[in-house]
Write a protein that binds this ligand. Structure first.
Ligand code: ADE
Length: 225
């Protein structure tokens, strides 16, 4: 899978993709993440990327031309499954969407800033809009990193058995059960007996019951669905 991220602030994305699982996925050739600096596609002398909103009002709007040039260049090089705009009024990201996107081949993620992009970008170039939650970030970069992380960790071969995505919260419409590690007793706080019993069927039953109870307490809507 290849993910191209278009941004005004490429450096903001250095860190999330340079560590741990996301780095390993790229080192193994399972995912390629390419960050594009929108400034390189500005045609004006001042390297302008935003301008005042027609009709007035506070806040700048990202101009259509540099975005068009960048997306068109990428599209001339390969086919893309989706051109995604990161925006707080997009479709809310959830595990189902991450699963679905992890089956795609090439994705573009466009990060917004200021008041957002010229509406014509959304109408003509964008195939999908994603929000990571009902709050406003200063830009789409952190949201793009969240989307990319949620996708890349699902690609076959990225996670080892120990970290398998199949037992994650939400993957089977339940949140994950509690987990414990050594020591079995710490300052009087004990690990539930059943987990030390070695009785695998009982352990699975306990985990399932805890998952259901936790889902009922924390995400009752998931059980209704
Ligand atoms: N850009 C600003 N806020 C955002 C959000 N909540 N989700 C996606 N992109 C955003």
């Amino acid at each position: 899978m290849r993910i191209d991220i278009i941004t005004l602030l490429p450096r903001l994305l250095d860190s999330p993709f340079s560590h741990s699982i996301l780095k390993r996925a790229q080192d193994k050739g399972l995912a390629e993440v390419v960050v594009h600096d929108l400034r390189e596609f500005s045609t004006s002398k001042q390297r302008q990327l935003d301008d005042y909103a027609y009709g007035g009002g506070a806040g700048m709007v990202m101009m259509i031309e540099p975005i068009d040039l960048c997306i068109s260049k990428l599209k001339s090089e390969r086919d893309y499954d989706e051109v995604i705009y990161m925006t707080p009024d997009g479709e809310l990201l959830n595990q189902g969407m991450a699963n679905e996107l992890s089956l795609k081949g090439n994705l573009i993620l466009l990060c917004g800033h200021y008041k957002g992009v010229d509406e014509r970008v959304r109408e003509h170039f964008i195939t999908r809009e994603i929000s990571i939650g009902d709050y406003v970030l200063s830009g789409g970069e952190l949201a793009a990193a969240v989307v990319a992380d949620s996708i890349i960790r699902l690609l076959p071969g990225v996670l080892s058995d120990e970290t398998s995505a199949l037992t994650d919260s939400f993957q089977d419409d339940l949140v994950a059960p509690p987990v414990y590690t050594r020591p079995a007793e710490y300052k009087g706080m004990e690990v539930p007996e059943v987990l030390l019993s070695g009785h695998q069927a009982k352990i699975e039953e306990w985990r399932y019951e805890k998952s259901v109870a936790r889902t009922r307490a924390r995400r009752p809507g998931m059980l209704d669905e």
